[in-house]
Each structure stands twice: as structure tokens, then as C-alpha cells.
Write a protein that binds this ligand. Structure first.
Ligand code: ADP
Ligand code: MG
Length: 267
């Protein structure tokens, strides 16, 4: 059954979409079956995966509003190595329409049920806000990856986000937990980076990924070619960093599965 991971941070420009696309490509490169869902009306993750957001036959908007089922929405003949449920501006309307629908916080979770066994990982990219779309992503997921830049104000933003995750955890989805904090556009030469980074580790402990994503121009260029960095320049530092992240994520997932089995045996 697929592990669903939401990539979120209400701050824009922190590397959510870059992480979603490149982690999806890296997991796929290690032969995991991966679906990427674009939940941002800007459709950047869709375009960055080589799919024209203006040419979608069925988009995530239709998935959330029951106008198309998951298999109709998911594009399987992609060149990026993973499957994609794409988004475009139509999704803006979903925010409003969802308000009127029953079980409005669980639309995505319900829509994904039929394809849960088709994938090992489902990654969800999110808009830079905390709205009903994000709530749908968090309700459907078992883990959250929070990409962040090591800036001073980032810590403040992250505590608000952790508060939201805790609320979702109590009210809508008891299975939800923070999968990991990912330091993006990392520049170890800056002393502020080091300060913020050590605060993060102090607060979140081993939830902070050991892998850091360096600032790397290939990561910024790849989307304009509609490619993940792994396909655009597989030797780039950016591509290699996301491969390392995929490895860390897989190891953690396997470790958790082992711990759960051990617990089950003991109880
Ligand atoms: P978000 O989805 O959180 O808004 P993006 O992933 O779109 O953030 O990243 C914001 C901008 O920064 C984009 O132009 C992207 O190409 C660039 N970018 C993201 N990560 C890196 C990185 N590690 N190195 C260089 N540029 C990056
Ligand atoms: Mg984005």
C-alpha cells in the first residue's frame, strides 16, 4: 500500500515543488512506483514533470469534485519516470466548491483509495498557503516533509505549521506525523545558516534529514526543460542530493516498518 507524503510549507519559494518533482524522480530511479499529485493551481510541479498544464484531459480539480476518478486523472505515459495527477488554474475553483461538498476535508483521501495498491509512494505538492486543499493533502497523508531555507524567520513560520499539523492530527488524521524537515538551498558558508540549522536539530532532533539540498543552478534550470534534475543533468549536485534524500526516506520507511512489526510481535 502506498505511503502518502505531503510536501508543505505555507511560505512560498522554499523549494516545495523542486523537492516534490526531484524526490519523485529519485524514488522512481530506485524502482519505486511513484505517483505525484499537484495540488497547487500554479501547476509548477505538473509543468516541471514535462506535462502541459493547459492540455490536461482531467485534472486534480475534477478528482476532488467527483467529476473524474483517479485512474482517469493520472497520466501514466510520462517521461519523468513517475505518474502524475496534474493541476492548473481550474483548481482555484475547487477551494470554493469543496466548501459545499460532504466530507470536504477527505475528498483527496477518498479519491486515492482505488489506486493505493498501485504505488509505493504518493507525493503531494502544495500551494504556499494553508487552505482546504492543503487540509485535504494532510488528511490523506501519513507523513509531512517540510522544506525550508535556513533563514531567521523560517523558524517562526515552522512553529505555526507544526501547530497546524498537530491540530489536523487531533481532529482529522491521527496517523499524520512529520516525516522530516528538509534544509533546502543550503549554503554552509553562511553563519546564519549554521545557527538556524543547529536550532532546527535541537528542536526536531532526528526528524531533520541528514541530507541537505545545496543551492544548485541545475535545480533551477531543469523545470524550464520540463525535466527533473536527474534527467536534465544527472551528475549535478542538486540531482545527487535528491537521490541521497530518496535513500534516506526509503531507509527510514523500512526502519519504521521493522519497528512496527517488532511492536506487534511484543503486544
Ligand atoms: P515553492 O514550491 O516552495 O514555491 P520552488 O520549488 O518553486 O518553491 O522554488 C522556488 C525557486 O527556487 C524556483 O525558481 C526554483 O527553481 C528555485 N530553487 C529551488 N530549490 C533550489 C535549489 N536547491 N537551488 C537553486 N534553486 C532552487
Ligand atoms: Mg511550488
Amino acid at each position: 500500500m502506498a505511503k502518502i507524503i505531503t510536501i508543505t510549507n505555507q511560505k512560498g519559494g522554499v523549494g516545495k515543488t523542486t523537492t516534490c518533482v526531484n524526490l519523485a524522480a529519485s524514488l522512481a530511479a530506485t524502482h519505486k512506483r511513484v505517483l505525484m499529485i499537484d495540488l497547487d493551481p500554479q501547476g509548477n510541479a505538473t509543468m516541471g514533470s514535462g506535462i502541459d498544464k493547459h492540455q490536461l484531459e482531467h485534472s486534480v480539480y475534477e478528482l476532488l469534485t467527483d467529476q473524474a476518478d483517479a485512474r482517469a486523472c493520472i497520466i501514466t505515459d510520462t517521461e519523468c519516470g513517475y505518474h502524475v495527477a496534474g493541476a492548473n488554474g481550474d483548481l482555484t475553483a475547487a477551494e470554493v466548491e469543496l466548501l459545499q461538498l460532504p466530507r470536504r476535508e477527505f475528498r483527496l483521501k477518498m479519491a486515492l483509495m482505488p489506486v493505493m495498491d498501485d504505488y509505493d509512494y504518493i507525493l503531494i505538492d502544495n500551494p504556499p498557503s494553508l487552505n482546504l486543499l492543503t487540509v485535504n493533502a494532510l488528511s490523506a497523508s501519513s507523513g509531512v516533509i517540510i522544506p525550508m531555507q535556513c533563514e531567521y524567520y523560517a523558524l517562526e513560520g515552522i512553529s505555526a505549521l507544526v501547530g497546524t499539523i498537530n491540530k489536523i492530527n487531533q481532529r482529522l488524521n491521527p496517523a499524520l506525523k512529520i516525516e522530516g524537515i528538509l534544509r533546502t538551498m543550503f549554503d554552509p558558508r553562511m553563519s546564519l545558516t549554521k545557527d538556524v540549522s543547529s536550532h532546527l536539530v535541537e528542536y526536531f532532533g532526528d526528524r531533520v534529514y541528514r541530507t541537505v539540498i545545496p543551492r544548485n543552478v541545475r535545480l533551477a534550470e531543469a523545470p524550464s526543460h520540463g525535466l527533473p534534475a536527474l534527467q536534465y543533468d544527472k551528475h549535478s549536485r542538486g540531482a545527487l542530493a535528491y537521490l541521497a534524500l530518496a535513500g534516506e526516506l526509503i531507509r527510514r520507511t523500512e526502519q519504521e516498518a521493522t519497528n512496527n512489526t517488532e511492536q506487534a510481535v511484543m503486544t
